[in-house]
Design a protein around this ligand. Structure first.
Ligand code: GLN
Length: 487
């Protein structure tokens, strides 16, 4: 019974809560109990707040008892990646640097979820400062893939994906700079949505690469992702890059928008390195859309081959600047044997940051340094414009673009020891961030070894309602997302 509850969708639970069939306390207690039973295997969380979560649940039940009109998230446990601030909760960013930091304020997305009555439950593990594709770069633990505990859940939002897949939360939030929501969603058989850059406020997100970072939901179904996006989207004066646009009813759009759509298949995304079983699952999904009357045509994104290089110049440049604030002086780790002020900086950063973060700060400082700026950073910005233009050209003839989310299913922990092979696992997701577009990963079946496979759909800027409707057409006609791992 507890298991059934904690593997339910938001849509199902909202109905049961409204009918008083269950209480928010029962749901939250079931989530806490189930987490206690599986967390030692999955390691999805950096910290848990059971008493606080139950108090939030009681407040929801009290609102319901007095007959307040409540939204679908009221009383539903939602877990946030440990890089999104929640007042009075730890925020480690997966780093020793922030091991003892407690946030004094709420991120905008956290306060929006609180306003909607969600029960904010736990802090999910990640690669340090969201740099990675496996959660192996976390300073605290490697989260495990619930479908195969020897394998990674993906990253950097691996804890958010794994917690949801393992029934330890009902929906979660992650952040996506180059694929960190979509790739772990694909690895863990859940839906993951990266919204258009600027749709969701980044206020209260520990910054990695500010021109690429975007917060988005993980959910069991596209319908649940639509509910979550509706809750967190919208202009925020505290994020100067947040866009003023009307927020449509994303959930209602799923029923209203029926297609048929024109879908583009970028030929550059189906070459070397694509696992044949992933390729076959995507071909089957393409056939599904054709059967629904959609027009499917090949498109070209000719600058795709430059995405990875451009990303690792721009992202590291921005990271080197953003991470300069962690200097040992104020809220960060401070070295115990620093003798003078320079020592405080050097030793605190030496001790506080892990190897991947250091690699990126060094690389980012290099590409921004005088003499190299024009050759690397400026050039990368120009190629970034061409990458975005590729997508916009394609959208002259199609409504959305369909690709695999990741070239392979989940890999084993320890398998990708050199950084470049790890970086390559994001080749299908990074272009979407460089172009600022919305992208969603939807469960699309399993490999012969029982590992989840994800289908990526890429939409037009701020057209999340269309993107979700296209994804929902596939998701609601398949029962992949109802599968559960045996833990
Ligand atoms: N894996 C990519 C990286 O390591 C993307 C990470 C992310 O989206 N935060 O940078």
């Amino acid at each position: 019974m507890a298991d059934d509850l904690t593997f339910s969708t938001i849509a199902q639970l909202a109905d049961r809560l409204a009918a008083r069939d269950i209480s928010a306390r029962e749901l939250t207690q079931a989530t806490i109990d189930h987490t206690s039973a599986v967390e030692n295997k999955v390691k999805a969380f950096n910290s848990l707040n059971p008493e606080d979560a139950l108090a939030q649940a009681d407040a929801s039940d009290a609102r319901r008892a007095v007959g307040q009109a409540l939204g679908p998230l009221d009383g539903v446990p939602i877990s946030l990646k440990d890089v999104i601030a929640v007042k009075d909760q730890p925020l480690t960013a997966g780093s020793k640097m922030l091991e003892n930091y407690v946030s004094p304020y709420d991120a905008t997305v956290a306060s929006k979820l609180k306003q909607d009555g969600a029960v904010l439950w736990g802090r999910t593990n990640l690669d340090e400062f969201a740099m990675g594709s496996s959660t192996e770069n976390s300073a605290f633990a490697t989260t495990r893939n619930p479908y195969d505990l020897e394998r990674v859940p993906g990253g950097s939002s691996g804890g958010s994906a794994a917690a949801l897949a393992a029934g330890q939360s009902i929906a979660t939030l992650g952040s996506d700079t180059g694929g960190s929501i979509r790739q772990p969603a694909a690895f863990c058989n859940v839906v993951g949505l990266k919204p258009t850059y600027g749709l969701v406020s980044r206020f209260g997100l520990a910054a990695f690469a500010s021109s690429l970072d975007q917060i988005g939901p993980f959910a069991r179904t596209v319908e649940d992702a639509a509910i979550m996006l509706g809750a967190i989207a919208g202009h925020d004066p505290r994020d100067s890059t947040s866009y003023k646009t009307d927020i449509p009813g994303y959930r209602a759009a799923l029923a209203e928008k029926k297609g048929p759509w024109k879908l583009g298949i970028p030929k550059e995304y189906f070459g070397d390195g694509l696992d044949p079983e992933v390729g076959a699952a995507i071909e089957t999904a393409i056939a599904f859309y054709r059967d629904q009357g959609c027009e499917v045509r090949e498109v070209s994104l000719p600058h795709t081959e430059h995405c990875l290089s451009v990303y690792y110049i721009i992202a590291t440049a921005e990271a080197s600047s953003n991470l300069a604030r962690y200097d040992g002086v104020r809220y960060t780790h401070r070295s115990a044997d620093a003798k003078d002020v320079l020592d405080v900086y050097y030793k605190s950063r030496e001790e506080g940051f892990g190897p991947e973060v250091k690699r990126r700060v060094i690389l980012g400082t290099y590409v921004l340094s005088s003499g190299y700026y024009d050759a690397y950073y400026l050039r990368a910005q120009k190629v970034r414009t061409l990458i975005r233009q590729d997508f916009l050209n394609a959208y002259e003839s199609v409504d959305a673009i369909l690709t695999p989310t990741s070239p392979t299913p989940a890999f084993k922990a320890g398998e990708k020891a050199d950084p470049l092979s790890m970086y390559l696992s994001d080749i299908y997701t990074i272009g979407v961030n460089l172009a600022g577009l919305p992208g969603i990963s939807v469960p699309a079946g399993f490999s012969s070894a029982g590992l989840p496979i994800g289908l990526q759909l890429i939409g037009q800027p701020y057209q999340e309602a269309d993107l979700l409707a296209i994804a929902h057409a596939y998701d609601s006609a398949h029962d992949w997302s109802a599968q559960r791992p045996s833990l």
